[in-house]
Ligand binder design. Structure first.
Ligand SMILES: [Zn+2]
Length: 405
């Protein structure tokens, strides 16, 4: 059992606003969660990003950028990949547009932090002025086929243009012995207001953010999870945070014909891991695991990723922490965003009971009554607000030609 986390003390905070990046796609579930469940072959993937402001220094940073609107301009290897593995994708706006619409100019952003370098988190980083530094996780600079970037390396998934005249800083967790929970931590502003956490396993250099949203003696935190995992059912329920019985009112979608007073057995009786050898108490065992199949897993090191996500449970079950995965669709649907409520930050999340709004809502996405929990959130590929029926052919041809394959 994970021990209670000893948070470093501080009276410094950051202001955090959630951005709905407007990207939405459909992904097969198999690379993202295990075991496979009938009627849960696909997951809708929404993408959150975060604007983090440090008042004492006046600095604003972005944690992740979502998907760039003109995704057909990503490097060749991604165009090929999109054409092969993604069934549906639509992006209405770039994060850069959303910032500007809300009165935030790009030269005000001192740092862009990538939770990791995957295409659905790095937006159009090159659109930021060269004065905006880029911060990445450990191992990024030496990872194979990344730098110097596309097209200098035709197989790189990141554009060389991003790095032109820009400071690229790789977090060095080894330089201090600071740990928060099980994670090595880096104190970003040096005053305990915002930390980066070393959370490996999904890809080289994956990091999370930990933002102090209220100060000592009543500190509270948002854990910006990136892709530490892709679905909340990978760390919920847990020994420390069992599935409530009955399921609290307001959690289940009334349109889905759940009983008014819904017993948790409606879900635990169909616990996806019930046939697995290591299965424990169904109310206290996460519903899914990080997928281990080497051919399909989205995680380069599933065992390490499983360790990272198990260490997340101590944060998730802590009353002073709210975990925000980049792809938890209930964040952008249930919480205030910069898009729809620009002055509404997440700092008072605890006082406003926002964690209760998102903790168990993922149950709605599970199969129910022999039917899929969700329909596809988007059908096919979209470009400039229009359906783009030939996307897969065009992206595939362009991608393969540029790769000479
Ligand atoms: Zn992602």
């Amino acid at each position: 059992m994970a021990c209670q986390i000893q948070f470093p003390r501080s009276i410094s905070t950051v202001r955090v606003r959630l951005i709905d990046t407007t990207g939405v796609m459909v992904s097969r579930s198999k690379p993202l969660i295990q075991p496979e469940e009938p009627m849960l072959e696909y997951l809708n993937i929404y993408v959150a990003a975060f604007l983090v402001e440090h008042k004492p220094s006046g600095k604003k940073i972005m944690f992740d950028l979502g998907i760039r609107k003109d995704y057909w301009n990503y490097p060749a290897i991604l165009q090929k990949r999109l054409s092969e593995v993604i069934p549906a994708l639509r992006v209405e706006k770039d994060v850069t547009e959303i910032l500007k619409e809300n009165g935030i100019q790009l030269d005000e952003i001192s740092t862009v932090v990538w939770s990791h370098y995957h295409w659905d988190h790095i937006g159009n980083t090159a659109a930021f002025p060269s004065t905006t530094e880029l911060v990445v996780g450990p191992g990024f600079k030496l990872a194979p086929n990344i730098l110097p970037g596309y097209p200098l390396d035709p197989h790189s998934p990141v554009e060389a243009q991003i790095f032109a005249n820009r400071t690229l800083r790789e977090v060095d967790f080894a330089s201090t012995d600071l740990h928060i929970g099980d994670y090595p931590a880096h104190d970003f502003f040096g005053d305990g207001s915002f930390y980066l956490l070393d959370t490996p396993g999904h890809c080289i250099g994956h990091i999370c953010g930990l933002a102090r949203t209220t100060a000592d003696p009543e500190s509270s935190f948002l854990l910006l999870g990136g892709d530490i995992c892709h679905f909340p059912g990978v760390f919920r329920p847990s020994q420390q945070m069992p599935l409530p019985d009955p399921i609290p009112r307001g959690v289940l979608d009334p349109a889905k014909n759940f009983p008014l007073l819904c017993p948790c057995t409606l879900f635990t009786d169909n616990h996806p891991r019930r046939f697995m050898a290591s299965f424990g108490d169904e109310r206290r065992t996460p519903f899914f695991l990080i997928p281990t199949d080497a051919n399909s897993s989205a995680y380069i090191d599933p065992k390490t990723a499983q360790g990272s996500v198990e260490s997340l449970i101590a944060f998730d079950s802590h009353p002073d922490v709210m975990v925000c995965l980049a792809h938890d669709e209930d964040l952008v649907k249930k919480l205030p965003t910069l898009n729809n409520s620009p002055d509404n930050d997440l700092n008072s999340w605890k006082q406003r009971g926002l964690k209760d709004k998102i903790t168990w809502t993922w149950l709605n996405h599970l199969p129910h009554n022999g039917q899929a929990g969700e329909n596809f959130a988007v059908e096919g590929f979209w470009r400039d607000g229009q359906h783009w029926p030939s996307a897969k052919d065009e992206l595939g041809v362009k991608g393969r030609e540029a790769l000479g394959a």
